[in-house]
Write a protein that binds this ligand. Structure first.
Ligand code: APR
Length: 275
């Protein structure tokens, strides 16, 4: 593994536009369970996963019931969101913030809704699945900090009259266009992508490495425009191999904990840059 850590540091130092893609595996060392790892929320509670698939439809049909479920004292989400709010960034988050401070990492695109990359100090963070710290209007797309909106009346309404929901993307819910487009631009522009702590099985997020690899993307009908392999360097840091590893989308996998591997890469970057 040490050889690959040195390799990743060299690749990062030589890159011109490195970005990071992250998933729930980044936050397990902050005490937030992932979804599909051995002790993941979906792995251990298939019923909760089935329920999660119904949330967006519930919001569209019965926004008030949705809000009671999502914020009510009985709501399963309320406990999860409270856990998340207590969590602190771990050494993996701090390592990515350090890479941004050193001008190497240009952007983090995260599936995580826990805000820990921002808490760790990253400035350019695209929250692909949103954030528990924001509400979003599904009519006009406006976002508000949770502290800006009273939840005394449910469902909370936007100034435009639209209904607000947490800016958290549920299954079957479209990715907000602004964050999706910017993420795709970054994926097509980068010359290095480090993918940390994701099983890479949820779309359209999992299209981003494909776009970087083949300079293409998922067409409306789900077909890939098969471009030629680009020379983008794609590095995975994950506890286990993923489809990206198996299908040769990534160049190499550094198998280990993000909270341990990423700080070691930063140490090698410092040596390589002699600062
Ligand atoms: N270090 C490295 N990898 C880890 C660590 C760790 N400390 N902890 C867990 N992992 C790995 C797991 O082995 C797994 O491969 O991280 C990956 C996490 O995968 P998932 O649990 O599927 O999480 P993620 O890929 O982010 O899920 C994507 O699914 O349910 C939706 O919206 C939810 O954003 C989430 C999306």
């Amino acid at each position: 593994m040490e050889g690959l850590i040195k390799q990743a540091a060299r690749d990062l130092v030589e890159s011109k536009h490195a970005i990071a893609l992250t998933g729930a595996g980044m936050s397990t060392e902050s005490g937030i369970p992932d979804f599909r790892g051995p002790k993941g929320i979906w792995t251990t509670n298939k019923k909760a996963e089935a329920e999660a698939y119904k949330m967006y439809e519930l919001f569209l049909k019965e926004p008030k019931t949705y809000w009671v479920e999502i914020s009510g004292s009985q709501g399963t989400y309320r406990k999860f969101y409270e856990e998340i709010r207590k969590a602190k960034p771990n050494p993996g988050h701090h390592a990515l913030a350090e890479l941004e401070r050193r001008g190497i990492l240009k952007c983090v695109i995260t599936q995580n809704i826990d805000g820990l990359h921002i808490k760790a100090g990253n400035k350019k963070v695209l929250e692909y699945h949103g954030s528990i710290y924001k509400l979003r209007c599904i009519s006009c797309g406006s976002r508000f900090g949770i502290e800006e909106v009273s939840l005394d009346e449910l469902p909370p309404l936007c100034k435009c009259g639209g209904v607000l929901k947490y800016d958290v993307v549920h299954f079957k819910e479209p990715i907000p266009l602004d964050v999706r487009e910017e993420s795709e631009r970054e994926a097509l522009r980068c010359d290095l992508m480090v993918i940390c702590g994701t099983s890479a099985v949820v779309y359209p997020f999992a299209d981003l490495p494909i776009m970087a690899r083949f300079g293409s993307g998922r067409l409306p009908l789900g077909l890939y425009v098969t471009g030629h392999k680009t020379n983008v360097k794609i590095i995975e840091v994950n506890a286990e191999p993923t489809p990206l590893t198996q299908e040769g989308v990534s160049d190499y996998l550094i198998q280990g904990k993000t909270g341990e591997v990423l700080p070691k890469i930063v140490e090698e970057v410092k040596k390589a840059r002699k600062i």
